[in-house]
Design a protein around this ligand. Structure first.
Ligand SMILES: *Cc1c(COP(=O)(O)O)cnc(C)c1O
Length: 341
């Protein structure tokens, strides 16, 4: 496969048009057969449900080249399942796991020249999403929907090493206890932009959101789950019904327990105990793990012993093991790597 001529290491995380994307429409009570198209634009009814009442859900996953030359995707079945859960919560017709995987495979194969070569650290980021395309004006679920998947090549997340981040404890809330924090919907991001911009203006990389009911427990950032390592090398991740179930976090918990032999615990984590942890990181598909060096709570600085120069040792082991599994250097648990080509 002849690859397109890109400087893979420096393409960054930006939208870059690839030749083919997948489209399927839901009309008359059923999903129609999907197809590939070169048209990256979407023409919508002026009163489409997505435009008026924000009925939309999405996913994010990566396809990349392994050492032995295969193009693979990491646990795409979990993205398919999560998108079904998200769709149900927003009263949208679920797009089946089989159809989801078929669409992902079709997009990757059709854009194989845009899947970065092995060893570049880059990947083809895939964005499946679904939105209400039919008109609504009274508040109700739409009658028509569109499912799409496009791919865009993205560079290695950390250029020149992973610099630890500084987080601030936000005064805003991300999710209500029985709200939509546990589903991957664009609406959760729309309302996080204001606190995100504010955090940046104040010199922070990301917000930590607390549980909105009591504002005492740590939830997550705007787009990544949080993990902590105790001084006894135990991996702790916050447990809450309003956290997005990150596939990276779930994979990390498995790796910590089964590959690294660490104790793992999912439990509510109080903000007041954060200062007792040895390491902290953010996890998600884009960065795998971004180390956190410091959390600032209204002027009070919590500095992790791992410091502001590099990842903590356990975070580094988790990162190396997961990326090793993804690249085919370490044997993967059964079903984690889907070979596409
Ligand atoms: C997508 C997302 C994550 C990360 O999930 P992954 O499956 O690991 O990519 C974490 N938090 C939020 C709010 C998200 O939308």
């Amino acid at each position: 496969m002849e690859k397109v001529n890109l400087d893979w290491a420096s393409i960054g995380f930006n939208y870059r048009k690839t030749p083919q994307r997948y489209v399927a429409n839901y009309r008359n009570g059923k999903w129609e057969n999907g197809y590939l198209t070169t048209d990256e634009t979407v023409v919508l009814h002026e009163s489409a449900g997505i435009l008026q009442y924000c009925q939309e859900v999405f996913e994010g996953l990566k396809a990349y080249t392994t050492q032995d030359g295969h193009i693979v995707a990491f646990r795409p079945d979990l993205n398919a399942e999560r998108m079904i859960d998200s769709a149900k919560r927003l009263e949208m017709p679920p797009y089946s796991k089989e159809m989801f995987l078929q669409a992902v495979v079709a997009v990757v194969k059709a854009n194989a020249a845009w899947v970065p070569p092995y060893g570049t650290g880059a990947s083809l980021y895939l964005r499946p999403y679904m939105f209400a395309s039919g008109p609504v004006i009274g508040v109700k679920p739409s009658d028509e929907y569109q499912f799409r998947v496009f791919g865009t090549p993205v560079g290695p997340y950390f250029k020149g090493g992973a610099k630890p981040l500084t987080l601030c404890v936000s005064d805003f809330d991300r999710a209500a206890p029985k709200g939509t924090g546990n589903v991957k919907a664009g609406l959760n991001y729309a309302m996080s932009l204001y606190p995100y911009v504010l955090a940046h203006q104040n010199g922070f990389d990301e917000n930590i959101f607390l549980d909105s009911a009591t504002r005492t427990y740590v939830e997550e950032t705007g787009g990544a789950n949080i993990l902590f390592v105790t001084k006894d090398n135990e991996l702790v991740t916050p447990k809450s019904d309003s956290i997005l179930p990150s596939i990276t976090r779930r994979s990390m918990l498995y790796i910590a327990e089964h590959y690294l032999g660490l104790k793992v615990t999912q439990r509510p984590v109080k903000l007041t105990e954060v200062e007792e942890f040895a390491e902290c990181g953010l996890c998600g598909t884009a960065a795998v793990i971004s180390p956190v060096g410091k959390v600032v709570d209204h002027g009070k600085e919590i500095c992790f012993p791992s410091g502001m120069e590099k990842m903590g040792p356990i975070t580094q082991k988790l990162y190396d093991t997961l990326t090793g599994i993804q690249q085919g250097l370490i044997e993967a648990p059964k079903g984690w790597i889907k070979i596409i080509d």
